[in-house]
Design a protein around this ligand. Sequence first.
Ligand SMILES: [Zn+2]
Ligand SMILES: [Zn+2]
Length: 389
Amino acid sequence: MSRQWVLPEVAAIEAEMIALRRELHARPELGFEEHATSALVAAKLEAWGYRVTRGVGGTGVVGTLARGSGTSLGLRADMDALPIREATGLPYASRNDGIMHACGHDGHTAMLLAAARCLAEKTHWRGTLNLIFQPAEEGLGGALKMIEDGLFQHFPCDRLFAMHNVPGFPAGKIGVHSGAFMASADEVTIRVTGRGGHAAAPHQTIDPVVVGASIVMALQSVVARNVAPHEQAVVSVGALHAGSVSNVIAPHADLHLSVRALSADVRELLERRIRALAEGQAASYGASVEIDYRHGYPVLVNHDEETAIAHRVALDWGGEAMLIDGLRPFMASEDFAYMLERCPGSYLSIGNGDGTQHCSLHHPGYDFNDASLAIGASYWVKLAEYILQ
Ligand SMILES: [Zn+2]
Ligand SMILES: [Zn+2]
């Protein structure tokens, strides 16, 4: 069924590209340490006739191919792996102990390389193709590093796209969604300072455990009572540390929060309320708080026009059946958001399989689905041909 979405020229190199994907899988590298990965990417692109720029934003690579004047199209793939010990038992499982391609960036890289090769062999398109191989998507903001290194000055893009695999949807189906698609992610540490002492004399102490518990409960009201019902937000207290034994009241308690929103306004509202509640709760007990509010990736907003183009290309190529049904925004975050703040584009999804054998992202049993590779590469070729006509 889904094989009809594979272009003949992609089918011809599919086995080779799957082997390349598994080679990447076996040699995963952490963010900004993708030396072997980016060297391999650069060598392939060069061999296929791309002008290659290495070391963009650390270990990033950009391959450019220009055929006369016209639109400039950017396609981006991420290359980094995660500090996870692989438990797939696959013959091509990670040989770098404690590091794993558990987010499918090996697949994204191989998919874009396959498209790169096919597009280099085609002569009918016009314009400039910028293939952006980005380091360090997992929390380190490699996208921002590339931007600060002059990515869009040296390689201006009129339209920009990237694609991430999504477990739980049929392999190879394409997902498009206009507007806010992935959440901002901020991390907050709240240090409560009370007064420690003997557990038998609580009246002589200010118990930071009680204050911390009170803050945790108060925080539950932010999403329930401050965020409008039609908006989406998350305030999770992922860790709460205080004390070490039962008969001592500790001097401090530390709360670690993950805070997510799907709009800049809600993101601001969350910060305001979290600060006010933590300070107010602490003050009411005579304790104090120190708040370390670290802003992570911003909300990822897909642009309407580029999303419409992506939708059109999927429809023309694969019909209604090629589109993921019922794709909703994710509360996970993604640093492609920084690129979309500067360049019109869209972040697309590709199904990684909907059977029970397909693990979630960042799971030690996860593997990119090779059945998606040729479809994703074919889709990139069709999208590039549509935009660079
Ligand atoms: Zn990830
Ligand atoms: Zn990822």
